[in-house]
Ligand binder design. Structure first.
Ligand code: HAM
Length: 423
């Protein structure tokens, strides 16, 4: 039997891959507009980076990492997320010694050994954005606004924003203790009791009704925030109001990674069922020190591009990609010996910025015209013996069958003018 991709690997092939590209580009555009610079960082890292960065008590580190020993005996892990590696790279390349904040974005595959289901994969794709080196609440609001606007630019409407503050190293321990005290008094099973001691905030995230039912009166971080954290949180909330970004206060919102401090947020999509989280992030003011760097606050978020594709498909009728990626003109050689003429023509068209393809191989006129139709192009550009002699191209409008003889040298200008009205 032919090979299949390993279980849980998410892949995109045409035509659906156009939606993936569109999703990625929407976030890239949003990041570039706010002057975030692109970085490309390690796909695998020292395992210790994630253990110390993401946190020993997180599910990601304890259960979901793709870890192995390489041939040199090093402990290696495929990145389960971007933040720890991006910060490691920023520190390693001394970007934090230049102008602050360091604003960067990246995208690519990340790996978590999860139970695969719709919207949850073992190899999936994130867009990730980080602003490192300032505590200014305005940058918290900036990152949230960039995410919010990128979803909107894709035509999505059915998403909501949840916001919370997890406090800092002054106030969180006090809250943690109060929460532990409360949780120890509940009727919970063994593993959950262990979790109370290791990572009590995660218990708030338990989805089981029998646990949820007991959590209604659990203490919330909002009541324990120290003066600085409260002021920061109020500032972020006021900024979101000023930017007209609707949000819900979510006092029980805890994120799956241990590095978060202060602002945390999540974007949820209404039509995606169990895997509704289409993005999330927050501050990680202690992460730099946790991985051996200087004190350096930071904030960012990541978006699950796979879930964005699903969200687009759930909201957009027809779910075809927005214009801008498909083939616009398809070259058709009339007879064997005009292949070179057609390739020359479409190369010139491409150099003029037109998206062009041609019929390769020896499939005859009928096959070539079928390929032209399938390509989705607006025009077929036919070149035969006669066209070559006259230095013309026969442009055929594939929608209505109209044909136009155009001088080859004018072909690009002619197409550009017509494609403007066509798409
Ligand atoms: P995260 O919440 O673990 O945060 O992941 C971000 C997004 O990745 C989620 O909202 C979801 O859309 C997507 N995602 C997570 N797991 C899967 C999966 N198994 N399959 C498909 N999509 C998934 C982070 O990764 C943080 N590094 C975000 C961040 C950046 N915080 C600060 N800066």
């Amino acid at each position: 039997m032919a090979f299949q991709a390993p279980k849980g690997v998410s892949e995109y092939v045409p035509p659906r891959s156009a939606l993936f590209e569109e999703a990625r580009e929407a976030f890239a555009t949003s990041a570039r507009r706010a002057c975030y610079a692109y970085v490309e960082t390690a796909v695998f890292e020292d395992t210790a980076l994630f253990v110390r960065g993401v946190g020993e008590s997180s599910d990601v580190v304890t259960r979901e990492m793709y870890s192995f020993e390489d041939r040199g005996g090093r402990e290696i892990t495929l990145r389960p997320e971007f933040t720890a590696g991006v910060l490691r790279s920023v520190l390693e390349h001394n970007l934090h010694k230049g102008a602050l904040p360091v604003k960067v974005w990246t995208q690519g595959a990340v790996f978590r050994y999860e139970r695969p289901q719709a919207g949850r994969y073992r190899q999936f794709y994130q867009f990730d954005l980080e602003a490192i080196g300032t505590e200014d609440p305005a940058v918290d609001a900036e990152t949230i606004a960039l995410g919010w606007d990128a979803y909107a630019s894709l035509g999505l409407r059915q998403y909501t924003l949840l916001v919370n503050s997890l406090g800092d190293k002054t106030c969180r321990p006090v809250y943690r203790e109060a929460l532990q005290k409360f949780l120890r008094g509940l009727d919970l099973d063994g593993p959950t009791r262990q979790r109370i001691e290791l990572n009590p905030l995660r218990v708030l995230d338990d989805k089981r009704p029998e646990v949820r039912g007991q959590l209604a009166n659990a203490p919330v971080m909002a009541d324990y925030l120290c003066a600085e954290c409260k002021a920061h949180h109020d500032a972020v909330r006021n900024l979101l109001n000023a930017l007209e970004i609707p949000f819900t206060d979510a006092p029980h919102l805890v994120r799956g990674l241990d590095y978060y401090t202060r602002t945390t947020y999540e974007f949820d999509h209404a039509l995606l069922g169990a895997q509704s989280g289409i993005g999330g992030g927050g501050r990680y003011d202690g992460l730099s020190e946790d991985i051996g760097g200087p004190p350096l606050p930071g904030i960012g978020f990541a978006v699950g591009l796979d879930r964005i594709v699903l969200a687009i498909e759930s909201e957009r009728t027809g779910a075809s990609a927005q214009p801008g990626t498909g083939c616009q003109v398809f070259g058709v050689p009339l007879g064997e010996d005009t292949h070179a003429d057609v390739l020359t023509l479409i190369t010139a068209l491409r150099r003029a910025g037109v998206r062009a393809d041609m019929s390769f191989g020896t499939r005859g006129l009928k096959g070539a015209m079928k390929a032209a139709d399938r390509s989705g192009a607006a025009f077929a550009a036919l070149v035969g013996e006669q066209e070559r002699r006259h230095g013309t191209v026969r442009m055929r409008d594939l929608a209505d069958g109209e044909q136009y003889d155009v001088p080859a040298t004018d072909a690009a200008a002619w197409l550009i003018e017509r494609l403007g009205t066509h798409r």
